[in-house]
Design a protein around this ligand. Structure first.
Ligand SMILES: Cc1cc2nc3c(=O)[nH]c(=O)nc-3n(C[C@H](O)[C@H](O)[C@H](O)COP(=O)(O)OP(=O)(O)OC[C@H]3O[C@@H](n4cnc5c(N)ncnc54)[C@H](O)[C@@H]3O)c2cc1C
Length: 418
């Protein structure tokens, strides 16, 4: 009671003072000349890497260098779906590690990331879809990941408004369901990791673009930035859609293509959808935010580009898909749309790896589905940077797989790759 009265009082006091007395959640330091480790890119993955470098490995003299503002890349642009029901063991274990970190993340960071385990359904529209679903659910269970096959009767009860008519163009026969999957608040993830990393001594430097990577005798020795040069013999690059650009600075070529990926939200409406529904066949997915907006996404724009916007046909296609699934939503008005740049590998799996340059590490290629991996990716990448060797969870995701052919083909394994 005392606590509640205090909070209400404090809210009122801050509102009346126009929030003038609010403290910063993290410092805004000038970059130092040298660090024990530099993380390039202040998205969720970069911030998580810095946090776990400090927390798990005691490396606290760390800078996160971000060209814009933290979370302004894909972290703040995604549709926030979190799940771990990947087909292949290598991917499943990495995403499941992430899921386990999500389950305790708000407590660990002492910051509410609004992780909501509301379940994710991947719909099946044909006999082959259902066979694929059964195969994936079986594989998930063998890896200790919760997964079930549900029929149309259960879907009718669980998802009011879903078009289960046998006359639909793509009739829905059933779905896979991961009950522990769900959504989280994307900005809060960046802010929570930033505040916790800052508290452990990490410098978060915004408005600081990397323009060059300094390499001497095959070893990384520092970076050139728009705020001067900074030395470090341990540099982790985590820049999502710009991984190819940064690789070029180190004379490396990554097997990555950058594509626009769009998402949309509707005007807020009353709560009508308390889970996440995805369909590969009609290629759209949907959830409802806590504010009431329907959050909708689809596949990438097929062309390559660095513009954070996409083309009209994808919007039209995604909305057709959603109306096919939920005819009643045809009466809802769309509020806004946006795009991000996603970096896609040929096998739709990430690169979390050492590189041929000593002390230079890359974490990229998460494509359309890396938000869910944020804590696990940072956790494993911090290990790789701290020990100069991959953790067993990210060892299969090294650059070597593109030479050996040991690809982990997750394309379409969970219907829609988000
Ligand atoms: C529309 C959309 C929907 C998505 N939906 C989902 C989803 O539902 N679930 C899911 O799991 N994933 C989803 N994703 C993918 C997910 O958003 C990304 O995989 C993930 O957020 C990548 O995080 P990151 O920290 O690596 O990248 P980012 O958040 O993009 O961070 C990289 C940072 O690097 C910075 N940077 C770039 N170049 C430089 C430079 N030269 N110097 C310094 N800084 C630099 C950028 O400014 C940026 O802030 C979606 C993506 C999009 C675009």
């Amino acid at each position: 009671m005392t606590m509640r009265r205090y909070s209400a009082f404090s809210l009122l006091r801050n509102a009346l003072s126009h929030n003038r007395n609010w403290g910063r959640a993290w410092r805004s330091p000038e970059p130092k000349k040298s660090y024990d480790a530099i993380v390039v890119g202040g998205g969720g993955h970069g911030l998580a890497t810095a946090y776990y470098l400090a927390k798990n490995h005691g490396i606290r003299n760390v800078a996160v260098l971000e060209k814009g503002w933290i979370g302004g890349g894909n972290t703040g642009r995604n549709t926030t779906i979190v799940r771990s029901n990947y087909l292949w063991t290598e991917a499943a274990l990495l995403y499941e590690k992430s899921m386990q970190l999500w389950e305790g993340l708000s407590q660990d960071l002492n910051y509410n990331v609004m992780f909501s385990q509301r379940g994710v359904y991947n719909l099946g529209h044909s006999l082959q879809d259902m066979r694929d679903i059964e195969r994936r659910v079986g594989a998930n269970r063998l890896n200790g990941i919760d997964a079930e096959v549900v029929g149309s009767g259960e879907l009718r009860k669980a998802i009011p408004g879903l078009n289960l008519s046998p006359d639909a163009r793509y009739p829905i026969l059933g779905a896979s369901l991961q009950r522990r999957a769900g959504v989280a608040r994307h900005d809060a993830v960046a802010w929570g990791f930033a505040r916790a990393a800052d508290a452990l001594g990490v410098d978060i430097v915004e408005q600081c673009q990397i323009t060059g990577i300094d390499i001497r005798d095959g070893k990384a020795v520092g970076v050139q930035t728009t705020r001067g040069s900074i030395t470090s013999d341990r540099i982790g690059v985590v820049v999502a859609g710009h991984a190819g650009v940064l690789a070029r600075m180190a004379d490396l070529r990554l097997p990555i293509e950058s594509h626009p990926l769009q998402a949309f939200v509707s005007e807020p409406i009353r709560p009508v959808l308390d889970t996440v529904v995805m369909s590969g066949a009609v290629h759209g997915y949907i959830s409802q935010s806590d504010k009431g907006e329907l959050v909708i996404g689809a596949g990438i724009d097929a062309y390559n580009g660095y513009g954070q916007r996409g083309s009209f046909p994808v919007i039209e296609h995604a909305l057709q898909a959603i109306i096919e699934l939920f005819p009643a939503f045809s009466r809802v008005r769309m509020l806004r749309l946006w795009g991000g740049i996603v970096d896609v590998c040929p096998d739709a799996c990430p690169i979390v790896s050492k590189t041929p340059v000593e002390g230079l590490y890359f974490n990229c290629g998460w494509g359309t589905g890396g938000f869910k991996a944020t804590p696990g990716s940072g956790w494993a990448f911090a290990h790789t940077m701290a020990r100069d060797e991959p953790h067993e969870l990210n060892a299969p995701f090294s650059l070597e797989r593109f030479a050996t052919g040991a690809l982990i083909d997750e394309h379409g394994a969970a219907a829609v790759a988000h």
